[in-house]
Design a protein around this ligand. Structure first.
Ligand code: ADP
Ligand code: ZN
Length: 823
């Protein structure tokens, strides 16, 4: 055993003997490994390493370099790491502090946090490819090296490229490294399975001293002249410029007039966007006032959180752009989070037009290759602004000066699997760690955020008027209980408004928060309802596809004509979805051009953009859609917005259902009247008296907040408390129930024994609202706490106890910190 008397800070790179490694597997602990001296100088914090672990080789992350391991109980069994997987570390110490915070708060293993934070491509087994360089080839020919070195070089010369793992099996890795240091071999990172490699582009270059220039055709001379003028141009662009360029280039190359080479390029996720003009309006006095406060905060170089509460169309995005400009001019970097849904070309276009190539985008619409490239651009300092969905909070910036969270109330900031983080909350944490300015923007702030502003934790900025003083659209509520015909989709008011708007040449958005044709189908003779065998929900009828589909697990059967129970012929659909609305509209308005936007019509990449383009160009008269159409878009010719049924979200068994409903209705209503013509909004509902519908009509957030806060306070719900949901899932129902019961008993015992038990309350265990999902039985227990830290420590201990008891017994425990839905 090696005992060192050096302190941490005294350790020189090559004196590092041990490394602490977090593993990207569901394991709480971290592990120690020895660093072989040949690898020592190359290993830095944040490098990924290949390590032997329980008989396998797995990827880990270097998180610390302990000076000695005398205190470590298994110090004798320390194994060496096998390899270093990165030429550049994947994170630095500041980012590691962020990861550690996340691991601690969300009660999730550190290795899993890191794995989730890195782009998906790099988390697959990546490999390094070795190849021989030109110098290597020369030395190989001259035979001026040791036998072993020559053998390595010969092997690479024969094979072209070789994965480093393979090479490591045949040759000692320090030899390979020394060849690399000598510039004789080249090492490049790439990914094994999906082949995300830096993309290369063929370049055509003009070459002096070619022969036969006089014998070229006029066309060939033209192409050559073009290339000469530019010096070099990508083969692809050249072919786009000249028809038949490919043939001509071949000929020019034969004559030695041009050469062809490869160049690394970053895939451009914006290639489908055409650059537009950047309009830089003079700020309104209210915008200027808000920006002044933000600018002061930027100058302070200190953590400063703002809530920018501004109604839709009040000019929030313009403020983001100005603030970012200042941050970037000061040499710092900015992250802009937007909900996945509003990552429209419109919004990205505004950032590109203002900041050009310094913008990177990170979201799920990109291919893995594009995402990997964007991530590298950020890490390598080639971009200083990132616009992205929630995972962009992990953008590898080192001089982060600003984080903006647009539509901060959006639920899509919460990741609902594996690491259940909320990017909005992480934005607060990261901004604190980086001394950055934070702007949370919304027209309908979450109760949590508004509460923070009301209590002075966040600085409140308000924009309560639309730009140009355009009025908010008039909102009309239609009481569907008084419609004479039961089960109809369009009320008389809605029909009238639709035909008036069509006649006037205006466009309409029709909103319904459920896709499909009908939400269930039933046999009226025997009452049989088609249910999903895996989930406790009925199947949704998709008429066009003639299928019944489960919206949770995608279980699909063909729609039958006959009741499987009583053989009756009268099977009927009940309830509606967007597909049903589209159908109805086509029947009632046969002349109108109708389109639909929901998960079913946007499965393919860029289909989103296509539908929106059709609307923007004025081709579409009526667009039917789910919440996808509710947000972010700014279409001046939309003069009518209809809400088919405001009640779906209201009836969810969730304490946030009123908040959701208010936000959704306000957002949808905000889509109307963004242009010259005033807008109109019609909301159909069975609960016309409910305060979230009433206040959405009046667009009165303040009043809604008061009402909702009163209700939350009475029941001790967030923001007046913290929640953690513990869910037991298993395919065996009896065992799952047993585990849930034990969890409840254990929790109650622990509570009694704890001095800080006061302020913590256990609700349940009880069956989850969706008691069966994807074949798993689900029970949960909500834990409420007035203060976060004791609550988290309590749950940590409880889950440790549960895991001790139940690990490997067919039940799973999920911890959801700050759940946004307890379905
Ligand atoms: P929000 O983000 O609050 O919805 P935007 O920033 O998108 O609002 O502004 C709405 C529209 O008004 C946009 O088309 C924007 O270009 C325009 N706009 C913003 N600020 C101004 C201003 N000061 N003068 C004129 N037009 C503006
Ligand atoms: Zn299902």
């Amino acid at each position: 055993m090696i005992i060192s008397i050096l302190g941490m800070e005294d350790i020189q790179l090559d004196e590092r003997k041990f490394v602490e490694v977090a593993i990207g597997l569901p394991i709480e602990k971290t592990f120690y490994y020895e660093i072989p001296s040949a690898l020592g100088g190359r290993l830095s914090l944040g490098s990924r390493v290949l390590i032997p672990f329980r008989g396998r080789k797995v990827t880990g992350y270097a998180i610390a370099f302990p000076p000695d391991l005398a205190h470590y109980p298994k110090a004798d069994g320390i194994k060496p790491i096998l390899d270093i997987l990165d030429e550049n570390p994947a994170f630095d110490s500041q980012m590691l502090a962020f990861y550690r915070w996340i691991s601690d708060y969300y009660l999730f293993p550190l290795g899993g946090v890191i794995r989730g934070a890195l782009p998906p491509g790099i988390n697959l087994e990546s490999q390094r490819l070795l190849s021989i360089t030109r110098e290597g080839k020369i030395l190989l020919e001259l035979q001026e090296l040791t036998q072993e070195e020559l053998e390595i070089l010969r092997c690479l010369a024969d094979r072209g490229e070789m994965p480093s793992e393979k090479a490591a099996k045949r040759f000692p890795s320090w030899r390979i490294f020394s060849l690399k240091e000598a510039g004789l071999i080249h090492i490049e990172e790439s990914l094994k399975h999906i082949h995300i490699k830096p993309k290369r582009e063929r370049m055509v270059r003009y070459q002096e001293g070619g022969r036969g220039e006089e014998r070229l055709s006029p066309r060939e001379i033209e192409v050559l002249g073009f290339i000469r003028e530019l010096g070099e141009i990508s083969h692809k662009s050249l072919c786009a410029e000249f028809k038949g360029a490919s043939r001509i280039v071949k000929k020019l190359k034969e004559k030695g007039l041009v050469s062809i080479g490869l160049r690394d390029v970053y895939r451009d996720p914006f290639s489908s966007l055409t650059p537009g003009g950047d309009v830089r309006p003079r700020l309104t006095p209210k915008q200027s006032k808000a920006l002044e406060d933000i600018n002061t905060a930027i100058d302070s170089l200190r953590f400063s959180p703002f809530l920018l509460y501004g109604i839709t169309g009040s000019g929030k995005t313009e403020i983001y752009l100005r603030a970012i400009q200042k941050v970037v001019e000061m040499g710092r970097e900015a992250v802009v989070l937007v909900p996945e849904i509003s990552l429209t070309p419109q919004l990205i276009g505004r950032f590109l037009n203002r900041f050009g190539g310094r913008v990177a985008a990170l979201h799920s619409g990109l291919s893995r290759g594009e995402r990997y490239d964007e991530w590298r651009r950020i890490r390598d300092g080639k971009a200083d602004i990132v616009v992205g969905a929630r995972s962009a909070i992990f953008a590898p910036f080192q001089r982060l000066g600003m984080i903006i969270v647009d539509e901060e109330h959006e639920t899509s900031y919460k990741q609902e699997e594996t690491l259940r983080y909320n990017a909005r909350d992480l934005a607060v944490v990261r901004a604190k760690l980086y001394d950055a300015v934070l702007i949370l923007g919304s027209a309908t702030p979450s109760l949590e955020t508004y509460h923070n502003a009301a209590s002075g934790k966040f600085h409140l900025l308000t924009l309560d008027e639309r730009i140009d003083g355009k009025p908010l659209p008039a909102v009309e509520i239609v009481d569907m209980r008084t419609e004479k015909e039961k089960g109809i989709i369009l009320s008389q008011e809605m029909r009238n408004a639709l035909s008036e708007n069509l006649a006037a040449g205006g466009q309409t958005l029709l909103f319904l928060n459920r896709r499909g044709f009908a939400n269930f189908i039933q046999c009226p003779d025997c009452g049989f309802v088609f249910k999903c065998p895996n989930c406790s929900v009925s199947l949704t009828h998709h008429f066009r596809a003639k299928k019944l589909i489960c919206h949770y697990c995608n279980y699909t059967i063909m729609a039958p004509d006959i009741c499987p129970k009583c053989q009756g012929y009268e099977i009927r659909s009940f309830g509606i979805g967007t597909e049903g609305v589209e159908d109805e509209i086509r029947k009632v308005f046969p002349g109108a051009i109708v389109d639909r936007m929901d998960r079913d019509t946007t499965r393919r990449r860029r289909s989103h953009q296509r539908i929106l383009k059709k609307l923007e160009s004025g081709e579409t008269n009526i667009l039917v859609g789910t919440q996808m159409i509710a947000k972010g878009h700014d279409f001046p010719n939309v003069t009518l917005v209809g809400v088919i049924c405001a009640d779906f979200s209201l009836n969810l068994p969730d304490f946030r259902s009123s908040e959701r409903t208010f936000q959704l209705l306000t957002q949808v209503a905000g889509r109307a009247g963004r242009g010259i013509n005033p807008g109109k909004v019609i909301i159909q509902t069975f609960n016309p008296g409910h305060y979230s519908i009433q206040m959405a009509r009046d667009q009165d957030f303040g009043k809604f907040y008061q009402e909702e806060a009163r209700f939350r306070k009475e029941l001790d719900y967030p923001p007046f408390s913290r929640l953690i949901n513990l869910r037991i899932e298993g395919s065996n129902q009896r065992r799952s129930i047993k585990a849930a019961q034990e969890m409840g008993e254990c929790g109650k015992r622990m509570l009694k024994a704890r001095p800080d038990g006061r302020g913590i309350e256990i609700l349940g265990p009880s069956p989850a609202p969706l008691v069966k999902l994807k074949g798993k039985y689900r029970y949960h227990m909500l834990i409420k706490g007035i203060r976060a830290i004791p609550l988290h420590r309590f749950v940590e201990e409880l889950s440790r106890n549960m895991k001790k008891q139940w690990v490997g017994r067919g039940v799973n425990l999920t911890i959801d910190v700050d759940p946004i839905s307890v379905m």
